[in-house]
Design a protein around this ligand. Structure first.
Ligand code: ADP
Length: 609
């Protein structure tokens, strides 16, 4: 009776495992398929064994030897055990050599069929004394021989892969080998104790929790996929970084020379118009490169919101000026106004605030041919936080209802495919939405196709007050003193860049300052000059140079005794956080290429005035 209960509980465990395994989401792998077959065979073995037990218990001792049913059932039990050995062997070979599963299965199953046939043909002897029961004879010996051969093959698999023995996938094999060995010894003394099916159940559990657990498999697959995605992503970042560098370097030359040309009085008005167009095209190209960089930075989680104090009216005026410039000849009415209760100084990421609003304004101008563009900023003040309600409304082409959901997707351009005159990439609104959300704000759109659109952003910024406000006001009034461009006669600037065109552009940009500009093409030459005792007031040092980078040059410069010339890093690499990185490295300042006149002026003022 005890054995029956034992078997019944083993069946229970086996069924639980089967239910768990088959109801879980699985990975389609060969091992998984073998495992499911092993589990089913094992459960079948347990059921056959239980039925056999019940048959024996219900048969009177005197009828036992002649019971055909018990003979057939005993042979069925041997056959199912054979099948278990065959499938476990397929499993061992598969995990050890991952070879052709079909060939392995064919070989193992052929042996199984031959042995099963032998079991059916050969005689089986039974012993039962009313208490204990076991079988023996030729048919049982077939199972024993197949069992021994199978175990040898598993041990060979283990030995060949001895280095991987610690891998979880070998745990079930090691367990089964040890337990079959122990149970064989037990069987010599107590032949009535059948442990094979129980070992099968236990090994199935071990398999489930080591290798075949679908969770573990899925996690492994997810980890692999994540690693692959990480690698691809860093390759993308590297590619973008170098692409941005490569595009910005020639762009630097184009913008620099065009800006120089437009101030040339010898140029006739037609040529000046052409130069203006070159500048406009380069600006558009730069905007595109920046857009691609921005979206990839945002996606890589590398874009940071950098809050600073800024003057709100200044930003508003700049936005109005830029929009007016974009209006060009378009016969549009541009209305703008802001709530005068908005304090002068706010705390937030001014660059990004400006970027998102400018994008809405640019779109409205782009997609409106007649009528108006209204730009309004309202506000709600709560404590030291101000909620800006920024709205940009137009009487333009509008957006179809079905397209509104797609509006903020990357590279989505809606209904303008045929209209090639409207420039754009479909990145602007995707970036705008992400940036607004990163700043804790919201963007909504209302639009009627053919009538116009209204984009509204709500954004919280901090209000500046007290001593901080006083400080800012003082700084602002100091900035306003004197003309913006100044002359730095008698000052000496050293520009270090491996690219000749870039040197020429820098020289051209520095011309108005009337300072003495010297150019060298490598870090070595720069160090040589400093070591030779040449005196400069400022060094503009490009970072990406062959043989010796700007950073390496900077390290060497710092080693020169009494070196105290301000060094400004110059780079076409505009990937996120660059400025902070250079400042942290010890550079006094940072200028990105193409060099912006205002930025250069800020640096020149700071170090040469
Ligand atoms: P881009 O303007 O570079 O194409 P955006 O992401 O800024 O990309 O805009 C995506 C699309 O949304 C545009 O291509 C356009 O079809 C539509 N859109 C954006 N703003 C407006 C607007 N004010 N009026 C009509 N359509 C607009």
């Amino acid at each position: 009776m005890g054995t029956t209960l034992f078997l019944a509980s083993a069946i229970g465990f086996s069924l639980i495992l089967l239910i768990v395994f088959f109801t879980k989401k699985k990975v389609k792998s060969v091992e998984n398929r073998i495992f499911s077959i092993i589990s089913i065979v094992n459960a079948l073995g347990l059921i056959i064994e239980l039925v056999l037990q019940i048959l024996v218990l219900s048969t009177p001792v005197e009828l036992f030897q002649n019971s055909l049913l018990i003979t057939i059932w005993s042979k069925l039990y041997l056959i199912i055990m054979l099948l278990w050995f065959a499938i476990f062997t397929i499993y061992a070979i598969q995990i050890s050599f991952s070879n052709n599963i079909k060939k392995t299965s064919l070989f193992c199953l052929s042996i199984f069929f031959i042995s099963s046939l032998l079991i059916c043909i050969l005689p089986i002897s039974k012993y039962y004394d009313g208490n204990i029961m076991y079988t023996y004879g030729a048919a049982v010996n077939v199972l024993k021989i197949v069992g021994v051969i199978s175990m040898i093959s598993w041990i060979i698999c283990l030995l060949i892969n001895i280095r991987e023995i610690k891998a979880k996938k070998y745990y079930p094999i090691i367990f089964v080998v040890i337990f079959i060995f122990i149970s064989s010894i037990i069987q010599i003394y107590k032949p009535e104790i059948l442990l094979l099916t129980v070992i099968g159940t236990l090994s199935a559990y071990i398999m489930f929790f080591t290798i075949e657990n679908p969770d573990i498999k899925l996690i492994e697959q997810l980890n692999e996929a994540r690693d692959r995605a990480d690698k691809a992503n860093s390759a993308k970042s590297e590619f973008l970084s170098s692409m941005s560098h490569e595009i910005r370097t020639p762009l630097n030359a184009i913008v620099g020379f065009s800006n120089g040309l437009i101030e040339n009085d010898k140029l006739d008005s037609e040529s000046k118009d052409d130069v203006k167009n070159i500048i406009m095209a380069s600006d558009a190209l730069l905007e595109l490169v920046n857009g691609i960089l921005d979206i990839s930075k945002i996606e890589a989680g590398k874009l940071e919101i950098i809050d600073t104090y800024y003057s709100f009216p200044k930003i508003f005026d700049e936005l109005v000026l830029l929009t007016k410039a974009r209006l060009g000849e378009k016969p549009l009415e541009f209305n703008y106004t802001y709530d005068k209760s908005i304090p002068e100084y706010l705390y937030g990421d001014a660059t990004r605030v400006k970027q998102v609003i400018l994008n809405l304004l640019t779109n409205s101008v782009k997609y409106t041919n007649t009528g108006f563009v209204n730009f309004r900023i309202n506000s709600i003040i709560k404590g030291d936080v101000i909620r800006l309600i920024i709205s940009v409304e137009d009487s333009g082409i509008g957006i179809k209802k079905e397209n509104i959901d797609k509006l903020f997707g990357r590279f989505e351009r809606l209904g303008v495919e045929k209209d090639t005159t409207v420039e754009g990439t479909g990145l602007g609104l995707a970036i705008t939405k992400k940036l607004v959300e990163m700043m804790g704000g919201k963007i909504v759109v209302q639009s009627v196709y053919g009538k116009g659109s209204l984009f509204t952003i709500s954004l919280d910024q901090k209000i500046v007050s007290g001593s901080e406000l006083e400080k800012l006001k003082k700084e602002e009034s100091a900035k306003e003193e004197g003309p913006s461009l100044f002359e730095a006669i008698n000052k000496k600037v050293l520009v270090v860049d491996d690219n000749n065109l870039n040197l020429k552009v820098a020289k051209r940009l520095l011309d108005p300052y009337k300072c003495d500009v010297e150019c060298v093409g490598s870090g070595f030459e720069c160090i040589e000059r400093i070591v030779n005792g040449e005196k400069y007031d400022l060094i503009l040092l490009d970072d990406m140079m062959p043989k010796m980078s700007g950073k390496e040059t900077f390290d060497k410069l710092k080693e020169v005794p009494e070196f105290n010339i301000p060094v400004v890093a110059l780079t076409a690499n505009a990937i996120s956080g660059m400025k902070e990185e250079y400042l942290k490295y010890g550079f006094n300042d940072y200028l990105s290429k193409p060099i912006e006149k205002d930025e250069l002026n800020r640096v020149m003022k700071k170090y040469l005035k």
